[in-house]
Design a protein around this ligand. Structure first.
Ligand SMILES: Cc1cc2nc3c(=O)[nH]c(=O)nc-3n(C[C@H](O)[C@H](O)[C@H](O)COP(=O)(O)O)c2cc1C
Length: 333
């Protein structure tokens, strides 16, 4: 499949997640196999472009192409302006957010709330596509609510507007994150349009990725929450899809090296004060399921300096690696 000049063979995509898919995490996921990594959403409100938050979100320094930036908003002129500005700043692909359950941006409907206004969807998509030279992609949910799953109608509008790729989260806006994602509507969307469709929602394992591809006929899969603390999931999915075999999980030492790289890059981007705080949730995700993780988390959450945080992370994973070695040698003996 193609998105503009970019060609993919069944792409495995990192989903946009505000507060998570910042530049360090995108770079990491791409290094560990993700074909595409979508940025956190950036507001289309021009008044906020200069804010530290927007500036950080629009920063793609050192990130390999294709760089995808997601924009959010419900005002046609503002969305056009945001798309043009981000294309000028070096985005290779502009993604439009109609998938996030955020209620309003700038007092206008935004995110998945737009799905109930099909005329407005068409105006936004057509105008943004016409305003930039880079490909424009779209992310949606299956509709506003379970009794109005208009995903197929929106997908046709997207195709007619020149959208280059469509990602679909298998829940409606009203579902929020409740229940399980359903893939039947995604399959109907795939059957209804010729543009590449990426399936999203509850893909937590390579086996689930394969199942969703089979159920939907989608061109690729998008992974969000399952990548938190587990950026290896991309190479694991790709390996499984190619060979039918599972890749071994990373060792405690590999985890420590990746996490320390991740932390260092968070500190570089956000500075010590915010960097240490933003890092905490990532540390907790990487430690999930590990012995003594709860105690370690509560200790590490109290630390205020980058040096202390890095040292504690190093010590925790080194002792986990030692324990693993002891259990292996113990088993052999
Ligand atoms: C913390 C968080 C932030 C999110 N932020 C965005 C966002 O900025 N834009 C968007 O389109 N979707 C956003 N989403 C939705 C995800 O992209 C994805 O569609 C959803 O999590 C379902 O995929 P998953 O089951 O693989 O997590 C967010 C989800 C989470 C958990």
């Amino acid at each position: 499949m193609h998105v503009g000049q970019f060609e993919f063979d069944c792409p495995v995509v990192l989903a946009p997640m505000a507060g998570v898919t910042d530049r360090p995490f995108r770079i990491l996921c791409k290094r560990l196999g993700a074909d595409l990594a979508v940025s956190e959403m950036v507001t289309s409100n021009k008044a906020l472009f200069a804010s530290r938050k927007s500036q950080t979100r629009m920063n793609h320094e050192g990130e390999a192409s294709p760089k995808i930036i997601q924009i959010a908003g419900g005002d046609v002129a503002m969305m056009v302006e945001a798309a043009q500005m981000n294309a000028d700043l070096g985005a290779d692909i502009i993604d439009i957010n109609m998938g996030c359950p955020a209620k309003k941006v700038c007092n206008k409907l935004a995110g998945s709330a737009l799905l109930s206004d099909e005329l407005l969807v068409a105006r936004i998509l057509e105008s943004v596509v016409a305003s930039v030279d880079v490909p424009v992609t779209l992310k949606i949910r299956t509709g506003p609510s379970p009794d109005n799953r208009n995903g197929v109608v929106i997908a046709r509008i997207a195709q007619e507007s020149g959208i280059a790729m469509l990602s679909v989260h298998g829940r409606t806006r009203a579902d929020k994150f409740l229940g399980n994602a359903e893939y039947q509507t995604i399959a109907e969307i795939v059957a209804a349009v010729n543009i590449p469709v990426i399936a999203n929602g509850d893909i937590n394992t390579p086996q689930q990725a394969e199942k969703v591809l089979q159920l939907t006929g989608a061109a690729g899969v998008m992974v969000g929450r399952a990548a938190q603390g587990n950026p290896w999931i991309f190479q694991q999915i790709i390996h499984f899809l190619k060979t039918g075999e599972e890749l071994s999980p990373p060792t405690a030492n590999e985890k420590a090296d990746v996490l320390k790289w991740h932390l260092q890059n968070l500190y570089d981007l956000y500075g010590e004060y915010s960097g240490v705080r933003i890092a905490r949730k990532h540390i907790a995700w990487y430690c999930k399921g590990k012995k003594h993780a709860a105690q370690f988390r509560s200790n590490v959450y109290k630390l205020e300096s980058t040096t202390e945080q890095l040292d504690q992370v190093d010590a925790f994973f080194r002792s986990a690696a030692l324990e693993n070695m002891e259990s292996v040698t113990g088993a052999v003996a």
